[in-house]
Design a protein around this ligand. Structure first.
Ligand code: ATP
Length: 354
């Protein structure tokens, strides 16, 4: 087990600097997810951790030791790749045992570890098969078995579920997290899928264009997104943004938008006159006859357990989660409101949380 620490890490490819000043520490046994859109640098940060990519600036510490120039094999890490990187001509058993054979581990110990990994991952019936004779989920488990037997101090996962269909992805998500609950190996997991991040992480590191936008628990980044970018990225259904100006309404801070007036918490740091953008999650909005916000109903999309109402307001398209039995005639006026504690306020220019 180990800690991983990034101290002012930077990365350049030739003349292009793609990452600057990345600093954070991963505690022993933590499951940390690096989350961000394609090109934000998360894979490069993971590959630097593995030693597959050089560190251009700063220090990378594993268990307190600087490893910047240490060979991947000497870092005590195990990595699981997106494409699994299994050897097609080797049976499952040999795929899992290969790195141990190379490391000249005694045969009895190799057998013990492979059988333990196979048992833990429900792979025992498949040890004699070739990768092509396995399903995607089983291949994924073999790749994890290979990482497990090395008894590494840190696991690194690079989008390990992106080649699986939606149902299997959800299943493997819980398997990987359960495995972590059992083994407690410090883990760094890269994904662009916010659901994976929300469901698996102890801590999420939200990245944007080679920088860290926010670090926090899933609840922290969902409930208190540090910026408009994070609010937009996190959340199963897309958040609504409305531009507006801060006013004082009956002694309370509020924001006037074209869609209506939204009251804020008294603790807000937004100042009267300030130009802001407010973020309202579809699940936090309440449809009620008396609400100060107003838009016209366009369509209800039924999702089985509930439904989404799409409206057109003065600020454009607006989404509200509604009961699946609710009926809205197309073009009818819908009035809604939101509790002040659920309103996310961002400065219009900096997009930072207020
Ligand atoms: P994805 O999910 O698409 O892999 P990512 O967030 O993991 O995206 P990286 O793969 O880390 O992003 O890439 C970050 C940036 O660095 C991108 O702009 C990419 O084009 C650039 N980059 C990555 N590898 C190289 C390389 N070997 N040479 C030059 N530029 C690179």
């Amino acid at each position: 087990m180990a800690t991983v620490e990034y101290q002012r890490i930077g990365k350049s490819f030739g003349a292009f600097t793609i990452m600057r000043d990345i600093s954070f520490k991963i505690a022993d046994q933590d499951f940390v997810v690096l989350l961000g859109p394609s090109g934000c640098g998360k894979t490069t940060l993971l590959r630097m951790t593995a030693g597959l990519e050089s560190v251009s600036e700063g220090d990378l510490l594993i268990d307190g030791n600087r490893v910047n120039t240490l060979h991947p094999r000497d870092r005590n890490i195990a990595m699981v790749f997106q494409n699994y990187a299994l050897y097609p001509t080797m049976k499952v058993y040999d795929n899992i045992s290969f790195s141990l054979e190379v490391a000249k581990i005694p045969p009895a110990e190799i057998k013990r570890r492979v059988e333990w990994a196979a048992e833990t991952l429900n792979l025992t019936p498949y040890l004699d098969r070739y990768p092509k004779e396995l399903s995607g989920g089983q291949r994924q488990r073999v790749a994890m078995g290979r990482a497990m037997v090395r008894e590494a101090a840190v696991f690194l996962f690079d989008e390990p579920l992106s080649n699986l269909d939606a149902k299997l992805r959800a299943h493997m998500r819980t398997e990987i997290r359960q495995l972590h609950n059992r083994l407690k190996t410090t883990t760094v997991y890269v994904t662009h899928d916010q659901i994976e991040a929300m469901t698996m992480a102890d801590k999420i590191v939200v990245m944007r264009a080679g920088k860290i936008e926010q670090i926090g628990s899933p609840d922290e980044v969902y409930d208190r997104p540090a910026s408009k970018y994070v609010a937009d990225f996190i959340g199963a259904s897309a958040i609504n943004f409305l531009p507006g100006t801060v006013v004082v309404s009956d002694g309370m801070p509020a924001v006037d938008t074209a869609t209506g007036r939204v009251v804020l918490e008294t603790t807000t740091t937004a100042r009267p006159g300030e130009k802001v953008v407010i973020g309202l999650r579809p699940t936090d909005v309440v449809v009620d006859g008396a609400g100060a916000l107003s838009a016209k109903s366009v369509l209800v999309e039924r999702l089985g357990h509930d439904a989404q109402l799409f409206c057109d307001g003065a600020d454009g398209r607006f989404t509200v989660s509604v009961d699946k039995t609710a009926r809205f005639a197309e073009g009818s006026e819908v009035r809604f409101s939101i509790p002040p504690s659920k309103v996310h306020v961002f400065n219009a220019e900096t997009e930072a949380r207020l």
